[in-house]
Write a protein that binds this ligand. Structure first.
Ligand SMILES: Cc1ncc(COP(=O)(O)O)c(C=O)c1O
Length: 440
């Protein structure tokens, strides 16, 4: 073994979704976080304009969550989740079920959004099979969708850069058209008016394959990672109607939209469209401890509860499903959201956030601004021959000026913790505006 590498060698770690060589040539290391701010390795305060990765909705190191985690890990570190349990997992599930709309109150725990998505897709296929419709195996995603990085999520996902390296992926997957349209919808505030008819793409897929072969449709009610695509007015309702007409399950991937991002507890509540399943992660524990969940409507759960009582109904699960420390973090996060009224706070701040975002319209390179709740996408014209480069440079310059933003393609996505105040909103957009004028 070669022991000559320095202990702080940054070469060894293969970083996820990162330009490793570029990063390692000029690393951006964060060493602490509190409330709305990170502290960088060189001792600077960095305003968090992205809630980490859309996940620290109550801000960083919330004392209530820190205390719950500390207490839990010292008291009960781990319990097997298969054929054994502990009270925290049941309490976390019950609390989550009570918060979710309608009868979406049977909860399966995972460790991430990706696992939640793959779990939901497997439940959908198994559900139909158990009810005697074994031919319903086809899964429908949407162009530009992001559903994590498992083989299921990658297959139903629609971002070409995330797919092209990985071969043919799952068979039997189709995609709806995406809803992004600058010609009709540029600079929309909230839901764009144009585009509900794009949901009819599902009818075309049904016409091609027949409904009897289709298990489920999965969409992000608001697509985040592809650059903030807010659903057109009437679009999700139409998708729901078509799914109902053909007995297709509708899955909302609420990994980003869950827990207050839109100014409501969930997008399902915000848009008043009840899916058959939701996938969750991120804000579930305020990202303190990894945890994801799939919530299903009562009839789906009941369809599995039919065989011999000693039979395992769903042969699926993870070593860390319902992990005690994650469950404690989830319960504490749900307490914080409730007691501090953070979802309502996001709704109250949304108009101020919207005005601040749209004030960037005259800045250089800006070709669209779209927003809902406490999230906005600011799309830039790509630099000719160098797509993504301009937004990346804005990201680096903002970081140097003490503001963390996120870019995806040539879109800047902002999604701050829900505890942000008006002055910090001004700093966030003020810094970004100045930076946009300086990038070429
Ligand atoms: C909508 C959506 N689904 C799934 C995922 C994957 O979550 P994770 O990275 O926790 O696996 C993400 C992550 O950003 C997401 O935005």
């Amino acid at each position: 073994m070669d022991n000559s590498a320095p202990r702080n060698d940054i070469e060894t770690y293969w970083m996820p979704f990162t330009a490793n060589r570029q990063f390692k040539a000029a690393p951006r290391l964060l060493v602490a976080a509190q409330g709305m701010y990170y502290t960088s390795y060189d001792g600077r305060k960095i305003l968090d304009g992205t809630a980490g990765l859309w996940c620290c909705n109550a801000g960083h190191a919330h004392p209530r969550i820190v205390e719950a985690v500390r207490d839990q890990v010292a008291r009960l570190d781990y319990v097997p989740g298969f054929q054994m349990g502990h009270p925290g997992a049941f309490e976390a599930a019950a609390r989550l079920g009570a918060l979710l709309p309608g009868d979406l109150d049977r909860v399966f725990f995972t460790n991430s959004g990706s696992e939640s998505v793959d779990t939901a897709l497997k439940i959908a296929i198994a559900y139909h099979r158990l009810r005697g419709e074994a031919a319903r195996t086809r899964l429908i995603g949407r162009e530009r969708g992001y559903h994590g990085v498992g083989f299921g999520g990658t297959s139903v996902g629609g971002i070409v850069g995330n797919r092209k390296l990985f071969g043919t992926l799952l068979p039997g997957v189709d995609h709806l058209p995406h809803t992004h349209d600058l010609e009709h919808n540029a600079f929309s505030r909230g839901q764009p008016q144009w585009g509900a008819q794009l949901a009819d793409g599902l009818e075309r897929i049904v016409a091609l394959h027949d409904a009897s072969t289709i298990a489920a449709v999965i969409v992000e009610p608001m697509a985040g990672s592809t650059g903030v695509l807010v659903p057109p007015v009437g679009y999700l309702e139409r998708l729901r109607t078509i799914c109902d007409r053909h007995g297709i399950l509708l899955i909302f991937d609420e990994v980003i939209t869950g827990f207050g991002r839109l100014g409501s507890s969930f997008a399902a509540e915000h848009f008043r469209v009840l899916p058959d399943m939701v996938t969750l992660a991120k804000g579930l524990t305020n990202a303190t401890i990894p945890m994801g969940a799939v919530a299903v409507r009562e009839p789906i759960y009941q369809a599995f509860m039919t065989g011999a009582p000693e039979a395992i109904e769903l042969p699926h699960g993870y070593t860390y499903s319902g992990h005690p420390v994650a469950a404690a973090a989830a319960i504490a996060a749900l307490d914080v959201y409730d007691e501090e009224g953070l979802f309502e706070r996001a709704a109250r701040l949304a108009p101020y956030f919207e005005t601040a975002a749209h004030a960037l319209r005259p800045r250089r390179h800006v070709i669209d601004i779209r927003n809902i709740g406490l999230v906005t996408g600011i799309e830039l014209t790509p630099r000719p021959g160098e797509p993504t480069r301009r937004a990346y440079e804005a990201f680096v310059k903002c970081y140097e000026r003490g503001v963390l933003i996120r870019t995806t393609g040539d879109t800047i996505a902002l999604s701050p913790p829900l505890i942000i105040n008006e002055q910090q909103i001004d700093t966030l957009f003020g810094t970004l505006g100045e930076v946009l004028d300086t990038v070429n």
